[in-house]
Design a protein around this ligand. Sequence first.
Ligand code: GDD
Ligand code: MG
Length: 359
Amino acid sequence: MAHPSETDAVILVGGRGTRLRPLTVNTPKPMLSTAGYPFLQHLLARIKAAGITHVVMGTSYRAEVFEEYFGDGSELGLEIEYVVEEEALGTGGGIRNVHDRLRHDTVMVFNGDVLCNTDLVGILDTHRSKEADLTMHLVRVPDPRAFGCVPTDDEGRVLEFLEKTEDPPTDQINAGCYVFRRELIAEIPSGRVVSVERETFPQFLTDGKRVFGHVDAAYWRDMGRPDDFVRGSSDLVRGIAHSPLLEGRTGEALVDESAGVAGGVILVGGTSVGRGTEIGAGSRLDDTVVFDGVTIEPGAVIEDSIIAAGATIGANARITGCVIGEGAHIGARCELQGGLRVWPGVNIPDNGVRFSSDA
Ligand code: GDD
Ligand code: MG
């Protein structure tokens, strides 16, 4: 059976989130605030909405943060358990490591950094109708090289699994959600680092296991890089990506009720503003994520950027496509652009200095 109530969810959240540094220096990637909630909370809400209630998180980097925030999951209507890898075991090792917490024969595994609108029950239905050992959610992307490339045959059977290959034979990629028969998880070697993508999936294919793809065209995004993180958050705010947490509240901007927004401020493009943040008169924020306790002085113009907690942005500063770390200070009239990342606590003095990473 693959009914949601008889399915365990496993979420892999043990990665270091290197591509999102410095945001992930203190906070694991799945806990970064997106559209007003830790990213993981949107995923948990989708899992709950699909009818799955038992969730096991495979944690490693900053493991304690997850349990501190979500506890036993009862407030979300879930039952959450945590399994910590003292040394990160990789994606396959992380899945193997939760095996003794599983209760059902059907196990739905999620990468903890994927935002999508896919109907999870549809993936379970494919798994059941194909009598598969393993079913992978697959999507098409313009540039498959950064992902696991997964060609399938006419029946949807997976032919190959090619992780991050320079010359992908198809634009169809691993979307980071799998349905396993539990026995297969027991076959993953325990107690050592295993990559499910580079080792386990190719082995299953060599062994002739029934591995199928569930392909769809719903919204999909990996949140692992700053530009995708900003876009994903904005798409949630605007309702382009769906979250059960934001029903009836989508629009051009999402502002925490404790934030102070002065007159004449323009907030557009899915901008979100966190708790206790203050935005001065005449500022314009477009497609930007502002965490908690940020101060933005009057007249600042910020686009396509992430401003971490406690940062201060001086008057009339212009910031485009940048990541501003926790507690950093950007002086008045500074211009920052082109993917620049300002490390936590760094102080950039006033007066129109231009910084650009692509200068
Ligand atoms: N528990 C645990 N232990 N989790 C881990 C570990 C580990 O050692 N390493 C990574 N993870 C978690 C990360 O926290 C993340 O949620 C997930 O596994 C995937 O890791 P990423 O680092 O984000 O991988 P990726 O985006 O480069 O590639 C993966 O996702 C793509 C889709 O977004 C692969 O699965 C690709 O094949 C796939 O296309
Ligand atoms: Mg990823």
